[in-house]
Design a protein around this ligand. Structure first.
Ligand code: ATP
Ligand code: MG
Length: 436
């Protein structure tokens, strides 16, 4: 197998060479080797070494104890990046969540504790040699995720592996080996042992790394993991997962704000048809951040309140402006763009399944109109040509009456923005006062 060449970055080779020069066998391991064999560039290269963590620290000037209890030291390379160097280790005791580790083992033992054959290969830059004791390369060629060793035992050691298998399969569009799949299904009832943080992290990684995550979420469902970990989603229609596939990968944008928005859109989508309260509850249970929970809850609320009406309006050649302004106002100006993106993804997924939904052209036209309305028309209390302070000058005290008057003024302005002038609104307010 001399044909295999893995090209590790120079900075990584230098770190390996320094360790080897001091007499410590050192290999590139894990995801970067896998990705390099797949022809994909990787930025995170992990190294495994026979050196102890203390020896690694002594050999390099700038180090960071990133995971000292697991024997991992971060070493700054010439490229300015932090590269993880982990001492060869084996797991001596596991409980489905944590492992007690021991150092001073061989490379092959270190590879044996890794989860899947495609993740259990090592490359030595100095020897130009691939170490592949479990047939990872053959599995890459067969496009298969397969556990190292006995699948059921490996899943029991660490319950996260069930979710990782599903993520890797969806990410590379691989199948899951039959024994490994059975072990995942058997694992599902025990997934309660995972901390919510690890579940959310795995869910988020899936959204970040997998171009079409619907496949992964369907496998969460088929394996039973979804019912155990995110029960509110277990009855959601498949099309809600498929909608996520219509939002581009966050990493495909070089602009950080856009990447963050894509991730947020992907996170919210499966929850949207649950409605505001349930979406809020489901994401709170997953310990999503407060802003993410608030966003998904608000969009889910809008979907249930105005989704159908927007579908109808999208089909009209000249949609009723007052209706669109009312909807934009109820969504809230700043949330209109993101809400429309979420709705558009659901409609796109529906079209793909030949379920009735607005056409792409109708959605684009609707979005243009809604954005113009949201950012040009008076649709919020603050846009009104009279303020609460001015109402006081005609004798309206702050309180329920003032609230009612302002609300009524806004409703009228939504119907006819032309009346949003100081004099016209004040005249209406005076009428209110006289009627009270
Ligand atoms: P990614 O691109 O998602 O980072 P990766 O393969 O690098 O993929 P990491 O989570 O960074 O995944 O882990 C690095 C390596 O550590 C894996 O390739 C695998 O060999 C090993 N590993 C990680 N998590 C586990 C686990 N839960 N059980 C066994 N081995 C694991
Ligand atoms: Mg990694």
């Amino acid at each position: 197998m001399h044909d295999i060449v893995v090209k590790a970055p120079d900075a990584v080779r230098e770190i390996a060479d320094r360790l080897e020069g001091a007499g410590h066998e050192t290999w590139c391991v894990g995801g970067a080797v896998r990705d390099a064999l797949l022809g994909q560039a990787d930025v995170d290269w992990d190294l495994a070494t026979a050196a102890t963590p203390g020896e690694v620290k002594r050999l390099f000037g700038r180090t960071v104890p990133v995971g000292i209890e697991h024997g991992t030291i971060g070493v700054f390379g010439r490229d300015g990046r932090l590269h993880e160097v982990t001492s060869f280790r084996a797991d001596v005791e596991t409980d489905g969540r944590h492992a007690v580790v021991t150092f001073g083992v061989s490379l092959d033992e270190d590879l044996a504790r890794r989860d899947f054959t495609i993740n259990a290969m090592a490359w030595s830059p100095s020897r130009q040699e691939l170490r592949d004791p479990f047939g990872g390369r053959a599995d890459l060629q067969a496009r298969r995720v397969r556990a190292v060793g006995e699948a059921s035992r490996r899943m029991a050691e660490d319950r996260l592996r069930a979710l990782r298998a599903i993520r890797f399969a969806a990410r590379f569009d691989f199948a899951i080996d039959a024994d490994t799949w059975r072990a995942i299904v058997d694992s599902a009832p025990s997934l309660t042992r995972l901390s919510v943080e690890r579940v959310l992290q795995e869910w988020t990684k899936t959204l970040q790394q997998v171009r079409c995550p619907s496949r992964a979420f369907e496998q969460w469902r088929a394996s039973g993991a979804l019912a155990v970990l995110v029960p509110r989603l277990s009855a959601v229609e498949a099309v809600c997962f498929e909608a996520v596939d219509h939002v581009p990968l966050p990493s495909c944008s070089t602009r950080p704000e856009r990447a963050a928005l894509r991730l947020l859109t992907r996170l919210a989508l499966p929850f949207v048809t649950l409605g505001g309260r349930e979406a809020h509850a489901a994401l709170t249970a997953l310990r999503a951040s407060n802003t993410d929970v608030a966003f998904a809850g608000a969009v889910a609320d809008s979907w249930v309140r105005v989704g159908l009406e927007l579908e109808r309006l999208a089909a009209d050649d000249v949609p009723d402006g007052a209706a669109l302004r009312g909807i934009a106002s109820s969504i809230g100006r700043m949330r209109v763009p993101a809400t429309l993106r979420v709705f558009a993804a659901i409609w796109a997924a529906r079209r793909e399944r030949d379920v009735a939904a607005p056409t792409g052209a109708q959605v684009a036209r609707l979005a243009r109109r809604m954005l113009r309305i949201a950012f040009r028309d008076p649709i919020a209390l603050g846009d009104l040509a009279v303020s609460g302070d001015e109402l006081r000058t005609i004798g309206v005290k702050p309180g329920p009456l003032m609230g009612r008057i302002l609300h009524d003024l806004l409703q009228r302005v939504l119907v006819d923005p032309a009346i949003n002038t100081h004099d016209q609104l004040l005249a209406i307010a005076v009428q209110h006062v006289e009627e009270n």
